[in-house]
Design a protein around this ligand. Sequence first.
Ligand code: APR
Ligand code: PHB
Length: 386
Amino acid sequence: MRTQVAIIGAGPAGLLLGQLLAQSGVQSVILEARTRSYIENRVRAGVLEHQTAAVIEAVGAGARLAREGLRHHGVELVFSHQAHRIDFDALTGKAMTIYGQQEVVKDLIAVRVAAGLPLLFEVADVKLGGLDSDFPQVSFTHESVEQILECDFIAGCDGFHGICRPSIPAGLLRVFERVYPYAWLGILAEAPPMGEIIYARHENGFALHSLRSPTITRLYLQCAPDEPLERWPDARIWDELQRRLTVPGGPRLNEGPILQKSVTPMRSFVVEPMQYGRLFLAGDSAHIVPPTGAKGMNQAAADVNRAFVEFFKRGSAAALRSYSSACLDRVWKVQRFSRMMTDLLHLNPTDSPFDTRCREAELAYLATSAAGAATFAENYVGLPVP
Ligand code: APR
Ligand code: PHB
């Protein structure tokens, strides 16, 4: 087999890149380790920045998003038992769209399959070779047959646990990492959501109210990284969500059957550079953020750019040469914002009473000063993509 760009991983990064290349007449083959149904049903984040939604539409996968995505014009911040609204529309003129990551994945797979473009599921033993030569290749097993895919470039879009990043020789990447001493217990509930996304900082810990549809609510609670789910029967979850997310005299959350429960660890991670020879990393394979602020999928989409198209269609390698530094410039701004939101809203066991008061004061500044709210809103709706 031969192609121009071998894409490893069919998450948002790999699938978006495949579409962008196809639109410009650049060939690609996408290799995915899991089954189609697994990746189409894996529940993850679901908040799209203005420009992520625009890119999905631009690559021809936006019809259902336009119909079913829920437009969101602001968020609520709850702390010190009071609620404050940050109005993105008024502050930035931009809105967010709520639409599950697995729905984005379904729509991108559907357009690729409809166009008859190569996307192989359940590939195993993926190995990269010749990365520092002009003839890279990918070996893998598909339907029990060993195959070699020759290509001009490899796009490493295989997530945090993938094989692309570890295929770069030891010592060439600089790793930056921060692990948090807490995690999120997430639930999906069959209950009508409140109007908006609500972030809460409470004496008992962080909580978040989000949504997926007019009848499905997505909720999270701060918990320990090794939290046993057995300690969280449904009644305790609802009790704690009501306590942390509602304010005296304000509306209560609608409760309903819990459809899914899971614990999400929290980590900040970046490697530099995002390229080695003919391998280019994009999305979670190169960086991850803690989920506060929902930036993971959006930064994965922001990494996907026209560098390969410039090379094949205009004969210019300039965008490939600056790919890593251009991505990292935005990656670090997003890391900074995700860490700030995470630190501000969670209870950190090592915080002193002084730290706690400073975090409350910073939240009050963001929520009540026009300059503070504008900074928050600019980052939340999404920084420009280079
Ligand atoms: N070979 C082929 N595919 C692989 C391999 C491998 N060795 N290892 C992993 N994969 C696949 C995974 O099964 C997954 O479908 O690569 C895909 C990577 O997709 P994501 O993890 O969704 O990563 P990305 O496209 O960068 O999107 C980032 O995902 O984790 C969330 O919060 C994160 O929203 C962010 C988004
Ligand atoms: C979600 O809807 O899953 C979500 C929303 C906001 C966040 C994180 C996750 O900050």
